[in-house]
Design a protein around this ligand. Structure first.
Ligand code: FNR
Length: 346
């Protein structure tokens, strides 16, 4: 028996032991050389050529006897700025699938973003827990199928649509090719994805009044366009490094996007977040919250609903400690001056 995990990364080994290789590879893999996969996590730590390490600038002359991690995203109050990213096929990780993940989200009082490729229906997820839920939308060529999904999300109390804009075609995930990975059947799945993201955005706006966030932005150019189109928020994401290899680590482009947005809409981040200090760095660089992908799936694979809860709670505990040791009693106290990029020391 592997020892009880004490930090988030340890769930990966447990998941690897719990799952058939094909499914572990599906969840763990990135695109092609997997350069960006490694980079997403390591960028939080390392200095390499012009990749800059982020260090914290703690203030110690602060009363930290009470730490409050609560925050809001699109007006929804959550216990900490750590949300659940949309990932496909949770029933490959655990028979209870997205229902278990959603229950954990509710128990941790955070937001779950349900994937279009979920293995449980959004009705099942909605009826099994009262977590605030957003629907991640991949628009199909057959818009009627996507429209139905949006209508069902509205009827079932989902509060926002997260439109994924970085996956008009699927990245090359070579372990999946080698394993001849066959995706499970998903209800209402209509195989061919739309490749007309700008049109899709206008179309989506015309069929729903739910707030729309776009997920997959990595540049100031797209951030500016996104603000102009009137979306309610941006998720800086490279799809967990599963799409375009050699795209940058998300933490390294966060500030560029935040500056381009200029506070007009919230900016969230996902990719490689494994520590409370990672969450803190993202917040210091201007993210309102982060989303966590693989660790949630690994927690689910290892221990079901309890595993997902443990992953979120560990990140929360680490964030709480980081805030205390950095002199930030509340989320609003975390500022750009609490993080230093290595070159700023020069
Ligand atoms: C994903 N991601 C994803 N994104 C999305 O918009 N729709 C989806 O269906 C999926 N599916 C999916 C499956 C798996 C197995 C992974 C690992 C990722 C991307 C996900 O939302 C998120 O961007 C990344 O997972 C964040 O990076 P980390 O936390 O996994 O490093």
């Amino acid at each position: 028996m592997a020892p009880e995990p004490v930090y988030v990364k340890e769930f990966e080994e447990l998941a690897r032991q719990a799952l058939p290789k094909m499914y572990y590879d599906y969840f763990a893999g990135g695109a092609e050389d997997q350069y960006t996969l490694k980079e997403n996590m390591e960028a939080f730590q390392k200095i390499q050529y012009l990749i800059l390490a982020y260090q914290l600038r703690p203030r110690v002359l602060v009363d930290v006897s009470r730490i409050d991690m609560a925050t809001t995203v699109l007006g929804f109050r959550i216990s900490a700025p750590i949300m659940i990213a949309p990932t496909a096929y949770h029933q490959l990780a655990h028979p209870e699938g997205e229902v278990a993940t959603a229950r954990a989200a509710a128990a941790c009082n955070t937001i779950m973003v349900l994937s279009t490729m979920a293995t449980c229906t959004l009705e099942e997820v909605a009826s099994s827990c009262n977590a605030v839920r957003f629907l991640q939308l991949s628009v199909f060529k057959r818009r009627d199928v996507s429209a139905q999904l949006v209508k069902r999300a509205e009827r079932n109390g989902f509060k926002a649509i997260v439109l994924t804009v970085d996956a008009p075609l699927l990245g090359r995930r070579e372990a999946d090719i080698r394993n001849k990975m066959v995706s499970p059947k998903v209800k209402n799945f209509e195989g061919v994805l739309s490749t007309k993201v700008v049109d899709d955005l206008q179309w989506l706006r015309s069929i729903t009044n739910l707030p729309i966030l776009i997920k997959g932005v990595l540049t100031r150019e797209d951030a500016i366009k996104a603000v102009e189109t009137g979306v309610s928020g941006i998720v800086v994401s490279n799809h967990g490094a599963r799409q375009l290899d050699y795209s940058p680590a998300t933490i390294s482009v966060l500030e560029e996007v935040v500056q381009a947005v200029g506070g007009k809409i919230p900016v969230l981040l996902d990719g490689g977040v494994r520590r409370g200090t990672d969450v803190f760095k993202a917040l210091a660089l201007g993210a309102q919250a982060v989303l966590v992908g693989r660790p949630v799936v690994y927690g689910l694979a290892a221990m079901g609903e309890n595993g997902v809860k443990s992953v979120i709670e560990m990140l929360k505990n680490e964030l709480e400690l980081t805030m205390a040791l950095s002199g930030c009693p509340s989320i609003g106290d975390i500022t750009r001056s609490h993080v230093m990029i290595e070159h700023e020391r020069l």
